[in-house]
Design a protein around this ligand. Structure first.
Ligand code: ARG
Length: 228
């Protein structure tokens, strides 16, 4: 029997790290966000009984490898390095990293200016990876992007390197004060749904994602979270 014909498990466990608004976060004890809505639409399309599991971001790939979850949706960037360990769906969102500094900062304007600076990041992220490449920088790793941004506001670091849509949402929608985004996008990144390597459900997820996109439901979810 070819792998792709396997009946999906019920429930279908999907990992996420729910401190990353507007992609995944908790509101009144309920999981919500763009990724959550998208995954629910995919689950509906593929007839899956989705059961979200909230995990630390750096625990998601190990959980996929241990197959304690069937998939993960967590604003996770498709990278060549990760693709050695796990499989990705087709891309579903274009994002990238941006620098955040305190509003009164006039000296940090781009990536070059981060040399020798104190930078806060979320552990296990592409932002963490990029920050650690900066010569002379001191990188502090936090369990969430929100904690990294708090460190910036408290003056204990000079900058945060984080996914731009998440930092912008914190400033514009969640009312985070005293912080601004500077410079160009540092990277162009694409999010994918992650599955264990050679997962028998990759095709199922890709097909369902394709139908969610083509039917206009993706656009409706996008507009709901990002306007337009
Ligand atoms: N896009 C970045 C990455 O893949 C950050 C993702 C963080 N996601 C989260 N739910 N905390 O590394």
């Amino acid at each position: 029997i070819p792998a792709f014909s396997q009946t999906p498990p019920n429930p279908f466990r999907v990992a996420t790290e729910a401190t990353f608004p507007p992609f995944e976060f908790q509101q009144g004890g309920q999981l919500t966000g763009f990724d959550i809505d998208l995954m629910r639409a995919i689950g509906k399309e593929a007839d899956l009984n989705i059961d979200f599991r909230n995990l630390p971001f750096d625990g998601i790939i190990p959980a996929l490898q241990a197959r304690t979850v069937e998939a993960a949706i967590s604003g996770m960037t498709i990278t060549a390095e990760r693709a050695q360990a796990i499989s990705f769906s087709r891309p579903y969102f274009k994002a990238g990293l941006a620098i955040a500094v305190r509003e009164d900062n006039q000296t940090i304007k781009n990536f070059e200016d981060l040399k020798g600076k104190r930078i806060a990041v979320q552990i296990g992220t592409t932002g963490a990876l990029e920050a650690t490449k900066i010569p002379g920088a001191t990188v502090s790793q936090f369990d969430s992007a929100a904690l990294a941004l708090q460190e910036l506001i408290n003056g204990r670091v000079d900058a945060v390197v984080n996914d731009k849509p998440v930092t912008l949402y914190a400033i514009k929608q969640a009312g985070l004060r005293g912080v601004k985004v500077v410079g160009e996008l540092l990277t162009e990144e694409f999010y994918g749904i992650a599955l264990p390597k050679n997962s028998p459900y990759l095709q199922l997820i890709n097909d369902a994602l394709g139908r969610v996109i083509e039917s206009g439901r993706y656009d409706a979810i996008f507009r709901q979270w990002f306007g337009e």
